[in-house]
Structures are given as C-alpha cells and as structure tokens.
Design a protein around this ligand. Structure first.
Ligand SMILES: [Zn+2]
Ligand SMILES: [Zn+2]
Length: 126
C-alpha cells in the first residue's frame, strides 16, 4: 500500500469506529447512569464485565492507572459521572480547579478563559 492507500484505509477505520461509537453511545450512557442502582445488586465487577465487550467492539480499551489517588472511593456515583463528563480533563480525580460553567481544567469562573456553558446529560443528573 502506498501512503494514499494507507491514509484511506485509516480514514475508513476511523469512520467505522465512529459509527460504532455513535451506535453504542446511548447504550453506554444508559448503562453508566444505571450503574449506581444495579451495582447494589451485582457489584462493579459484573457491571464492568458487561460493558467491556461493547467497548472492545468500539475500539476503546480502558486500563487501570497504577498510581491513581484513591479518594474516588468516597465519591457518589453521580458525582463521578458528572466530573468525568463535565471536566475538560475528563478526570474524576484532578486536583486543579475547574470552571463551574464549562468545566475547563485549571480555570476559575470569569478568569478570562474562553468559557462556554456545558450541559450535563439528563442521565447524569438527578
Ligand atoms: Zn482537571
Ligand atoms: Zn469556564
């Protein structure tokens, strides 16, 4: 394959992955939103085993970070979801301040950063 063919192949792969991701996105959101309720019965391990094959189909692989700060253990599940979605860094445990309007990491409200209000999906709020 020459450079053009390789690039075309990669773009096709990207289009397919994005297509799969879009198909699964509402399902992922629903599963994540429901985890707070279902893990009472089945636990987080079972929830993870349920969602992981779908992630693989979408080409998403999640690895455990060995040096994560562990204070997430005290967070309510909805707070975990909100932080992961809302924060620009997408990190649940992040020590930097985050703008309360757009979630930008390392910014405070009205400190002069480019700020656009970001809504949290309904599934992630009460
Ligand atoms: Zn952050
Ligand atoms: Zn902001």
């Amino acid at each position: 394959m020459d450079e053009e063919q390789i690039a075309k192949f990669k773009l096709i792969e990207l289009a397919e992955k994005l297509g799969r991701l879009e198909t699964f996105l509402p399902i992922f959101r629903k599963i994540l939103a429901d985890i707070g309720r279902t893990t009472d019965r089945v636990g987080f391990s079972a929830a993870w085993k349920g969602i992981n094959p779908m992630l693989n189909l979408c080409g998403i692989s999640i690895r455990k970070s060995p040096e994560r700060i562990t204070s997430w253990e005290n967070l309510e599940w909805l707070e975990v979801l909100k932080r992961a979605y809302f924060r620009s860094c997408n990190q649940v445990i992040c020590m930097a301040p985050h703008c309360t309007e757009c979630g930008e990491c390392g910014s405070k409200l009205a400190d002069g950063h480019t700020c656009e209000h970001k809504d949290i999906p309904d599934e992630y709020s009460n």
